[in-house]
Design a protein around this ligand. Structure first.
Ligand SMILES: NC(=O)c1ccc[n+]([C@@H]2O[C@H](COP(=O)([O-])OP(=O)(O)OC[C@H]3O[C@@H](n4cnc5c(N)ncnc54)[C@H](O)[C@@H]3O)[C@@H](O)[C@H]2O)c1
Length: 221
């Protein structure tokens, strides 16, 4: 499920290559009605949803004072409300089946803050608190919820800062990357592996945890 068809089709075609059945649903996760009908379409096509990866997210790197109300609301709708909508939509049926894995892609920004990403960081912190709280509520039903917290990662979300002509965004991204002890941005593959593990049976006794994938950017005791 994605608000744009193109990225969803790319994921589907990669999965097709492994013989995995897929269906593409276009929905804006900040729209609860669209999420409800979208998850129903997925289940009608593929059967019950056992694994949810809350991956959709968005931000643009800019100082807090440069965000007007519409921009602030948009960031909250996508990064926090969206995660709540989708998790709520799938959880009832996971509880009734007594099985489910929910992995949310948050951000190290939600653990320690990030200059140029204030509202986004607050949302990502919210996804961590939601994960821990819901994990406590549903653990006895055999459902786990965990968080992967990437640092700056080379994806489309960073394309404007990497390739565009916004000098302020470039500066923010350079500072972020310099703060990474391994001195590089993450790659999508760095993040994918841990999400797969957390969704697997091997991780069945792990819940409410946050795992950073950020080259040592944050180290929590
Ligand atoms: N790239 C980074 O540096 C970085 C760092 C930390 C966390 N993250 C998180 O990783 C996750 C994946 O992002 P990415 O970096 O791969 O960026 P991306 O832009 O490549 O992927 C995000 C996807 O979310 C989809 N999306 C955005 N808003 C949506 C909405 N309202 N409804 C449905 N789909 C929507 C986009 O269409 C896109 O396909 C996000 O949650 C992001 O916050 C990224």
């Amino acid at each position: 499920m994605d608000r744009d068809e193109a990225p969803a089709r790319i994921v589907a075609s990669e999965l097709d290559a492994f013989g995995v059945a897929t269906t593409v649903v276009v929905a804006d996760i900040s729209d609860n009605a669209a999420v409800t009908s979208g998850t129903a379409k997925v289940e009608a096509a593929l059967g019950p949803i056992d694994i949810l990866i809350n991956n959709a997210g968005w931000d643009s790197l800019r100082p807090f004072l440069d965000n007007d109300e519409a921009h602030r609301d948009l960031i909250i709708d996508i990064n926090l409300k969206g995660m709540i909508n989708v998790t709520h939509a799938v959880l009832t049926r996971m509880v009734s089946r007594r099985h489910g894995r929910i992995v949310t892609i948050s951000s190290d920004a939600g653990r320690v803050g990030s200059s140029g990403q204030a509202v986004y960081s607050a949302c990502k912190a919210g996804t961590i608190a939601l994960t821990k709280s819901i994990a406590r509520e549903v653990a006895r039903h055999g459902i786990t919820l965990n968080v992967v917290a990437p640092g700056p990662t080379r994806t489309n979300m960073m394309a404007e800062a990497l390739e565009g002509d916004d000098a302020a965004a470039k500066h923010i991204l350079e500072r972020m990357t310099k703060a990474v002890p391994m001195r590089r941005m993450g790659e999508p593959e760095d993040v994918a592996g841990i999400a797969v593990f957390l969704a697997s049976d091997e991780a069945s006794f792990i819940t409410g945890q946050v795992i950073s994938v950020s080259g040592g950017l944050t180290m929590h005791g």
